[in-house]
Design a protein around this ligand. Sequence first.
Ligand SMILES: Cc1cc2nc3c(=O)[nH]c(=O)nc-3n(C[C@H](O)[C@H](O)[C@H](O)COP(=O)(O)OP(=O)(O)OC[C@H]3O[C@@H](n4cnc5c(N)ncnc54)[C@H](O)[C@@H]3O)c2cc1C
Length: 667
Amino acid sequence: MTTLNSRVPEGPIKDKWTLYKDHIDLVNPANKRNIDIIVVGTGLAGGSAAATLAELGYNVKAFAYQDSPRRAHSIAAQGGINAAKNYMGDGDSNYRLFYDTVKGGDYRSREANVHRLAEVSGAIIDQCVAQGVPFARDYGGLLDNRSFGGVLVSRTFYAKGQTGQQLLLGCYSAMNRQIARGKIEMFNRHEMLDVVKIDGKARGIIARDLITGEIERHSAHAVVIATGGYGNVYFLSTNAMGSNATAAWKIHKKGAYFANPCFTQIHPTCIPRSGDYQSKLTLMSESLRNDGRIWVPAKIEDAKAIQQGKLKPTAIAEEDRDYFLERRYPAYGNLVPRDVASRAAKERCDAGHGVNATGEAVYLDFAAAIHRYGSTKAKIQGLHNPSKEEVIKLGEAVIEEKYGNLFQMYEKIIDENPYKTPMMIYPATHYTMGGVWVDYNLMTTVPGLYCIGEANFSDHGANRLGASALMQGLADGYFVLPYTIGDYLADDIRTGKIPTNSPEFDEVEKSVKDQLEFFVNNKGTHSVDYFHKKLGLVMWNKVGMARNEKGLKEAIKEIQDIREDFWKNVKVPGSLNELNPELEKAGRVADFLELGELFAKDALEREESCGGHFREEHVTEDGEAKRDDKNFAYVAAWEYTGKPSEAILHKEQLEFKDIELKTRSYK
Ligand SMILES: Cc1cc2nc3c(=O)[nH]c(=O)nc-3n(C[C@H](O)[C@H](O)[C@H](O)COP(=O)(O)OP(=O)(O)OC[C@H]3O[C@@H](n4cnc5c(N)ncnc54)[C@H](O)[C@@H]3O)c2cc1C
């Protein structure tokens, strides 16, 4: 079996990144002006990379399918971004952030990368503050922090429930400065449809202008993919509707290995599905678990009455409530990591204790927090013996200050007031830890082709802790890639412009055009969404929160059948040379239909339970995930050989020299 070279530098873990930076090749400023870099995707990862590379002096061409980088899916991030600043004085450190992230990922991530992430985390906050990102501050004016799941310290920086939006505005201003200087050429409304390799190196892309339909060739000395995650393979997810895997999948087909596709995060606090016609799910930020208590009725008859609309949650007495996370995991309670919280909710709902009409919901209740905050406020205001109503009013005001926009969003969608009656939540697909395999330099298995942000597999192992995706995307873009790419480009200073009139560009452009023409000419019977929904259902039922061998084998066959049907019967209205969203979706769903199969194959091969991957055959006596470190402490990196079913598995063995492999416990 091929051994993947992760190119982790030598030396003690705390010195690796510093030593690496001290010894890499550099490109001098005059030479940077002669080097072009393509960045595909301008969410937080790609946007921060584009801005920094341009600031360094490279010529950047940046691509996004939205009409502005400000509309990237990153804008949706609500809860916050982690950094080991220890501003709260609660014992945080780079080591603790490193430790929590490796443990939270169920010991399936590369130690050296995670340590580097922790090391640069503090600089991200400084950078964003300098850009003017309005992080929340405490009464003394210092940056405030809150807690997210899986940790015992408060290290999450936030801007109300709009952290991603504010970070993206900061990043976009940094990009705009470079756009104005001509160092970034921004291609909005452009979709990359394939990568072009020359002499084995990534040298360009083929993109479609989504407004005119024109197919364009773009060349560069290196290509960076920052196109986000593939959660929409499930059709329903908390991701933006347009989030897709096309760029990642196309580069996989051109030689980039795809790692751990089965590691997907199912987030515990989403608004439950309401019906078959729904096309999107909504996240309620994990930050709500700081104050919300999760429960279901302890008595099955109460749950039934609630499901039938005969009983209200507020009518259930305290002793008849099962705060199942607090009961099962007393040390972390409602702040256990997402995989643990999601599985526990599913277990209660499967046992019949779910609380909406479908039986697939649990409560997230703020009554205790409202009472606690209200009582404190009353004391501060010198109110003696305040009435219950006064306490509630004061408490609700505190909750509104912390989470007001999230509560408002919930009320708009569900039409219930979450200050008065507990929210209903249920797990939903949210984030993909798997992705394109990259080495320590964030380079894929194709020379000159890099992958950053959610699109790559790195740092989060089998489960991502809350508030660490933004940290990783910005670490990659602002602080890691700008160094590592220079080491590669130092060999390219004499190459000169890469021409686009080569046979390699001809060939890739032709295959892109052929596929687009096929779609508009196929005149099939079913819409793209018809196939996407079918795929999503198979993924959720058989490759979702719990998986088993039988279901996975069935899923592989079912996905192959849906794919065959798709290529025979898909109907794409409209034409090539116009804005055609159905045509865009067709290409994306074609790729999901292949990725879904590899996903199930990976889940089948991984005969253990770890993090977001729960195999029903591998469970401890008390129902927890049972890892198999002896046989599965590796990154599964898949090589494409023509069909997902024929993909070849390469294993990157994970070494744990600085953190002891332990059974993860939050009890
Ligand atoms: C509702 C929600 C809330 C979240 N909250 C948090 C949080 O509080 N904290 C946290 O740490 N994480 C959070 N996350 C996760 C986090 O937001 C994402 O992981 C992160 O923003 C991804 O950033 P990215 O830059 O990698 O990708 P994205 O932001 O998805 O950007 C992708 C970019 O690629 C472009 N693109 C895609 N395909 C192509 C193509 N083929 N051609 C051209 N361009 C393309 C898009 O136009 C876009 O510019 C949340 C996620 C969701 C869904």
